[in-house]
Design a protein around this ligand. Structure first.
Ligand code: NAD
Length: 500
């Protein structure tokens, strides 16, 4: 049995009606998308069902704002001030934004508040980078030549985001694109558009000119796809599944747009017998159950040294039973609801298939009936082998697969023998062991004796099918730029044509 918090019905909540933002104007759609709260079972939000025509109008507005507008030519200091004001306004509306993310995505409210704090920090960091964006100069090319390398905003950027961290992920993209001087069309997930639309209000109040940020709601096929093919778009920044990421890249290839892709993960935590197991047990529970496992960074594969596997699995199961699962709006809840009934079903199929393939269900394994919404408690599968689907594919739910190893080489081999390479953890008190694993595992982030820590200063992204490019870090803003070389000559040139 795990600890449950039964959801309370949202009887006093009035469904919120949103409009989308195109060229500075709040716009209705021709249809409506209703969002049923995954933790409460009632409709909490209605967004416009945008169409291809809406996406095209938004792209045209962003194009005009880039080609003729003031935003790209403002000083870095001016753009920075707008981003700082936006950060203050986001902080001031934290309760409202966190509430929307919690009810629309099913994540726990205290976690949603934490994500808002992290997002504010990112907007402030991007504001600092807006003043520091610069190119290079070469005064070493001879007396007659000076080389200057400019960084110019790349142009119109399509930003497409998923449902699992609605406000945090748009905050990993939009402030950096704005810092560089780009204009944007943003499409949030059709399941969790509320907080991104509130961000639109915030950006207008902060002084972002009309057309610089357009927010179009709707499905991936109707709105997202045209944002990846339209010739008026210069770059696509996408976070979501590897399957749609692949499609996005193929779509963008028709007009050779730059693409940045943050995709799925199947992240291992490799644990050696000399690790501080008390610290690790907590990190394992956090890594697997945070955001109900609906997290690209989830530590969903444990690769344990065979000598400690039994004890460690038992201790993780014991602690997992104390994790509070249920009402996203209860401040004590640690694991909220599963995003949709269909997704819950898909998670169940992974567990059933793993059991059929020979894995043992050491904890959980079934959906929880808490009266309202859809939930699943921590589920631990032991005896998982590297060839099983549950060890290779992203389940995106609270399902932890336990694998074992004997030698360091075997551990790295298991870690690398899948298509993903987003992040990994290694646990050992031996510095050599941590560094060896750190160098050999092919993933964008390696945590050593910790898991899922982050900071705006540290780049984030994946190897192989986990993505392309990096977000955050001091180069994040450069990702939204083109490089232009100014090759300047002084004095007389050495002529090409010479008299015979
Ligand atoms: P998804 O790929 O289904 O959707 C992501 C976004 O793409 C949504 O806005 C969706 O409407 C849109 N979309 C769908 N089809 C499209 C199309 N044909 N053209 C353009 N856009 C389209 O992903 P999801 O289910 O919303 O999110 C979960 C996935 O996101 C997981 O795989 C997870 O690992 C990944 N993710 C990755 C990171 C990261 O930083 N690496 C972070 C969070 C989530």
């Amino acid at each position: 049995m795990t600890a449950h918090v039964k959801p309370k019905a949202l009887t006093d909540y009035r469904t919120r009606d949103f409009r989308m933002l195109i060229d500075g104007v709040w716009t209705e759609g021709t249809g409506v998308i209703e969002r049923v709260a995954p933790g409460h079972g009632s409709v909490v939000s209605r967004y416009p069902a945008g169409t291809k025509a809406d996406a095209e109008r938004a792209i045209a507005a962003a194009r005009k704002a880039f080609d003729d507008g003031a935003w790209p030519t403002m000083t870095g200091a001016e753009r920075s001030n707008v981003l700082l004001k936006a950060a203050d306004l986001i902080a001031a509306r934290t309760d409202e934004l966190a509430f929307l993310d919690a009810v629309e995505s099913g994540k726990p409210i205290s976690q949603a508040r934490g994500e808002l704090g992290g997002a504010v920090d990112i907007w402030r960091y991007a504001a600092a980078l807006a003043r520091d964006l610069h190119g290079e100069s070469y005064n070493t090319l001879g007396q007659g030549t000076l080389g200057v390398v400019l960084r110019e905003a790349i142009g119109v950027v399509s930003i497409i985001t998923p449902w699992n961290f609605p406000f945090l992920i748009v905050s990993q993209k939009l402030p950096f694109a704005l810092a560089a001087g780009c204009t944007t069309v943003v499409k949030p997930s059709e399941l969790t558009s509320g907080s991104t639309l509130v961000l639109g209000e915030i950006l207008i109040e902060a002084g972002v000119p009309a057309g610089v940020v357009n927010i179009v709601t709707g499905t991936g096929l109707e709105v997202g796809a045209p944002m990846t093919t339209h010739p008026g778009v210069d770059m696509v920044s996408f976070t979501g599944s590897t399957a749609v990421g692949r499609l996005t890249m193929a779509n963008a290839a028709q007009t050779l747009k730059k693409v940045s892709l943050e995709l799925g993960g199947k992240n291992p935590q490799i644990v050696f017998p000399d690790a501080n197991l008390d610290e690790f047990i907590d990190a394992a529970v956090f890594g697997a159950w945070f955001n109900a496992g609906e997290c690209c960074n989830a530590g969903s594969r444990l690769i344990l040294h065979r000598s400690i596997a039994g004890e460690v699995t038992e201790r993780i199961a014991d602690l997992s039973k104390k994790v509070r699962v249920g009402d996203p709006l209860d401040p004590q809840t640690q694991v909220g609801a599963i995003i949709t009934p269909q997704h819950l079903e898909k998670i169940g199929v992974y567990v059933d298939n793993a059991a059929k393939a020979g894995a043992s269900v050491a904890l959980g394994g079934k959906a929880l009936d808490l009266g309202l919404g859809q939930f699943m408690g921590p589920t631990i599968l032991s005896g998982v082998t590297p060839d099983m689907a549950v060890a290779r594919e992203e389940v995106f739910g609270p399902v932890l697969s336990v694998l074992t190893f004997e030698t360091t080489d075997e551990a790295t081999h298991i870690a690398n023998a899948i298509d993903y390479g987003l992040s990994a953890g290694v646990w050992s008190r031996d510095f050599d062991t941590c560094l060896t694993i750190g160098r050999k595992v092919r993933a964008g982030t390696i945590w050593m004796n910790t898991f899922m820590d982050g900071a705006p200063e540290l780049p984030f992204g994946g190897y192989r099918q986990s993505g392309l490019g990096r977000e955050l870090g001091r180069h994040a803003v450069e990702d939204y730029t083109e490089t232009k070389t100014l090759n300047m000559h002084m004095g007389s040139r050495t002529n090409w044509w010479m008299p015979r």
